[in-house]
Design a protein around this ligand. Sequence first.
Ligand code: OAD
Length: 237
Amino acid sequence: MVPPLNIFILSGAGVSAESGLKTFRDADGLWTQTDLAQLATPEGFARDPVRVREFYSARRKILRIAAPNRAHLALARLEREMTALGGSVFLCTQNVDDLHERAGGQRVVHMHGELNVTACTLCSGHWTDRGPLTAQQVCAECGAVGTCRPNVVWFGEMPMHMDRINQALEEADLFVAIGTSGSVYPAAGFVAEARALGVATCEINLQRSDNAHAFDRRIYGPASEKVTAWVAEVLGD
Ligand code: OAD
């Protein structure tokens, strides 16, 4: 008999790597190959909005042809089956892609925002948008022109949904970090918060993360393989 658990999943770019989306800090990663200060800060956007809009438009284009991999599918299965057993899965992702949702995930919280959402810097309105970001774009809410940006969290900005995330951490029986380097706070600090609450912790990653020492259990290998096997174990296959 599988016990109903409240599972908190923190996912990162490594979950989507096998779907063809680049991570940030690996050798071919986005922040290894490009200039983070220019492309992921409000100051960079103010300096060169054309370049920033082009960068995120190109990422939207790649996301349109990407598909969820076995790790996304296994996590959606975990959510479905754990919910049916009377437990829950809270999927907090640092990823701005929508692959968890496209795999069937119902309760996905994007703490770093969403690539397919455009926001207006004037009125803070935001709407789903899979097309290119341009300087000519009109805000769908206030009608301003040239104020559009991707609704992603840049360095120096506040992560989203922190109240819901903290509450879910407090309710969790198990905390699992998947495909994240553990180098960006506040997400990198969740494992310490979980431990302080007496929650069991596990990391699944290609290699040891920056805070691997903080986890009770560590599983290393490609997410498609290791997450699928871990979900099967939790569900008692
Ligand atoms: P990173 O690029 O920092 O880390 C990705 C992790 O995934 C690394 O530890 C890799 O070893 C691991 N990895 C790579 N391929 C994998 C695979 N096939 N299976 C399992 N693991 C694999 O990405 P994040 O930790 O997600 O924020 O980065 C955190 C935040 O930093 C991002 O959300 C983004 C970035 O700046 C913002 O843009 C605000």
